[in-house]
Design a protein around this ligand. Structure first.
Ligand code: ATP
Length: 455
């Protein structure tokens, strides 16, 4: 794994994974842009999550809700009142910091001065104005988590799919938090993506489902290549619990800056549906909720056995996509000493996550038959639907291997004179991890590649 954030940041920029946001204007703190390879990696992580959450289960539906929602969503979700971090200002150097991240809240982390303010609450939501008129009522917020769109659509999903408990709703999308101190590259940013599942179950079965989801989520991260010894659980208690949570287990990963939260798995009880439902008094809610004067829908489900309507409990595994990508990059980063004394950097991604699946390189860039066969193979492999297949005509295969090691391409295929002259049109297939090269008849390449990626 990577030892420092700097080596990751440098590789990410050099090879086109991640760039500083607004870089040409001096950058913007807490904002990053994903480059040609970053966007592929991100998409691959999202599809792996979606596959395991939606396609491979029969009790989860997908959703993609709007980012900009009615301000009442955040009034009743509790975010308007309580989604705050404690902030401290330094009178000397004018820096601002998050109190619960400071070494000592009486001393500035930046300049060491003790001339600092008392901690005060700072709301993390970005406020924005909707429509051309600006007045007291025209504001709302960018969502600070995707979850609320799931709760507000609970009735729509139940009515349109006839789901009964237990079942879940999964969603991937952008969230925004005006973090006081974004830091550690893409670990803490102001605009990020979340992959969230809200899993609804009967009260009383919540603790069992909570344990189940903690275990399932850990296994998923292992399946994405994270090593067991780099994952830890943290049981969140007391003041650190979010306003909606009965209990939370954080899944931590050993990032270059230490063990930190990668995903939180929370037992949100009946807090959210109970907060957003109309007729709250009918349900004997267990959570303490604000009285709702605006909702037009009953967010409850019929218990057929007991023949009554009830508000389900909810277990939420909430993973950060950007943090996930950082963890996967950290884990994949490998510096290897080679037999000839030189060294190489390899990103040992699991094949399904690799931004480029196969690179096809003609050995001679000016030989029309070689070029034609290479292009034909690229088109054939691209049709398999595995992800990006790159045709790369630089004529320098050695350099190509080096570059593809660094971006984690599992397979490089070279097309040379043998491929156009010998019977069976053999092409050379080179493996990223073993660096072994074998020859495969061109006609068998699609089957070879499918077998490699789908097992
Ligand atoms: P932290 O304590 O690190 O601020 P949190 O406990 O507030 O995180 P949650 O509200 O549980 O985070 O959000 C769920 C997930 O969303 C986190 O586990 C993380 O992966 C991701 N996430 C939250 N805030 C950020 C951020 N500012 N930048 C990147 N990812 C984030």
């Amino acid at each position: 794994p990577a030892k420092t954030m700097d080596e990751l940041v440098s590789l990410c920029k050099r090879r086109g994974f991640i760039f500083q946001g607004s870089e040409i204007y001096g950058g913007m703190q807490g904002a990053y842009d994903y480059g040609p390879l970053g966007v592929e990696l991100k998409n691959n992580i999202k599809s792996a999550w979606w596959r395991s959450m939606v396609y491979e289960r029969d009790d989860v539906e997908g959703l993609d809700a709007a980012i900009v929602q009615n301000k009442h969503v955040y009034k009743y979700s509790g975010h308007e009142d309580t989604f705050t971090d404690p902030m401290v200002d330094c009178h000397e150097c004018k820096s601002r910091m998050r109190a619960d991240h400071m070494k000592d809240i009486k001393v500035c982390d930046n300049c060491g001065s003790d001339n600092v303010t008392e901690p005060r609450d700072f709301n993390l939501m970005f406020k924005t104005n909707v429509g051309p008129m600006v007045n007291e009522e025209s504001y709302t917020y960018l969502r600070p988590e995707t979850a609320q769109g799931i709760f507000t659509n609970f009735k729509n999903v139940v009515d349109s799919t006839s789901r009964t408990l237990p079942f879940g709703i999964a969603q991937i999308g952008k969230s925004f938090r005006n973090e006081i101190t974004p830091r550690n590259f893409i670990f803490r940013v102001r605009e990020f993506e979340q992959m969230e599942l809200e899993f609804f179950c009967k009260p009383g079965e919540d603790e069992k489902w909570h344990d189940t989801w903690v275990a399932l989520r850990k296994q998923w991260w292992l399946d994405q290549g994270l090593a067991e010894e780099n994952i830890e659980f943290e049981y969140v208690t007391g003041d650190d619990l979010a306003h909606y949570s009965k209990s939370t287990v954080d899944i931590l990963y050993k990032f270059p800056h230490g063990f930190e939260e990668l995903e939180g798995v929370a037992n949100r009880t009946d807090y959210d549906l109970g907060s957003h439902t109309k007729a709250q008094d009918e349900f004997g809610l267990s959570a303490k909720v604000k009285k709702n004067e605006h909702s037009t829908a009953k967010l409850a489900i019929r218990d057929l056995e007991a023949n009554k309507w009830e508000v389900p409990f909810c277990i939420e595994p909430s993973a950060g996509l950007d943090r996930g990508l950082l963890a996967i990059m950290t884990e994949a980063y490998t510096e290897e000493k080679l037999e000839n004394g030189s060294s190489r950097i390899v990103l040992k991604f699991k094949p399904h996550l690799a931004p480029i699946k196969v690179a096809i390189m003609p050995l001679k860039k000016n030989k029309p038959e070689i070029v034609a066969l290479a292009k034909e193979l690229k088109n054939k492999l691209q049709k398999l639907g595995l992800g990006r297949i790159l045709y790369e005509n630089t004529g320098n295969v050695g350099k190509g291997y080096r570059r593809h090691d660094e971006v984690g391409t599992p397979i490089c295929v070279t097309v040379d004179f043998d491929s156009i002259e010998k019977e069976g049109a053999p092409v050379t297939v080179r493996d990223r991890d073993t660096m072994e090269q074998i020859t495969v008849p061109a006609a068998d390449l699609p089957a070879y590649v499918i077998n490699y990626f789908i097992n």
